[in-house]
Design a protein around this ligand. Structure first.
Ligand SMILES: [Fe+2]
Length: 215
């Protein structure tokens, strides 16, 4: 099983804090049947962490391999950097692809999101939108998510979003998007070892085979 969104690389964002935690995350992932992880550290305002991310990835990949996990590298790319780095977007795509895992601001306007989508596509990249269920514009109007798909984006649910109860807005939006058939991909967005077991519990009622996750 592939996990295409994970903050398993330590010391580069709000995910794993140290090497031991990264190893614990890899073991936890393996224990729920994951055998391939695309590490997707945040690429936000302080993108000078890029070199460190690539070094830590090189360090962790053989350790992951020894634990039975093929570790690949991508980024969770914040939309605010798209203009500034528009000539380098391919360098931040998911390992071996021309697909960018794109993250918007939680309260970003639908119009700005669409302009960024156009810009990334004009730069020659495909787009996976990370956790659409968390964005206010989608929560208020799921047609926004439908328009992103109509423009050719794939939508990636954070499986942990499903663990929220009926009063949890994100969980409600996640279920709405799933029920409307607007979710193409599902991932853990794991930041800590325990997120993997929680993910497994949250998605246990879903037929994961309906998500085409080849990469
Ligand atoms: Fe993430």
């Amino acid at each position: 099983m592939l996990d295409m969104h994970s903050h398993v690389i330590y010391g580069v964002d709000d995910g794993s804090t140290d090497r031991d935690m990264s190893l614990a995350m890899l073991r936890a992932a393996r224990s729920i049947g994951i055998d391939t992880i695309i590490a997707t550290p945040h690429m936000r305002g302080r993108y000078q962490a890029e070199d460190l991310i690539r070094r830590r990835y090189e360090e962790l990949a053989p350790e992951a391999d020894a634990l039975g996990i093929r570790l690949k590298l991508g980024f969770e790319f914040h939309y605010s950097l798209c203009l500034e780095l528009k000539d380098r977007l391919r360098e931040f795509c998911l390992d071996g692809t021309e697909t960018l895992l794109l993250e918007f601001d939680f309260n970003g306007s639908a119009g700005v999101c669409e302009r960024v989508i156009d810009m990334v596509q004009r730069a020659g990249c495909d787009i996976i939108v990370a956790h659409p269920e968390r964005y206010q514009c989608v929560e208020e109007n799921p047609i926004v998510a439908e328009r992103w798909r109509d423009r050719g984006c794939q939508l990636q649910l954070d499986g942990l979003s499903l663990s929220g109860g009926i009063f949890d807005k994100t969980a409600r939006t996640a279920r709405t998007l799933l029920n409307k058939g607007l979710i193409d991909l599902i991932a853990t967005d794991a930041h800590r070892p325990e997120h993997y077991a929680r993910y497994a519990a949250a998605v246990r009622k879903l037929d994961l085979s309906r998500f085409d996750q080849e990469i």
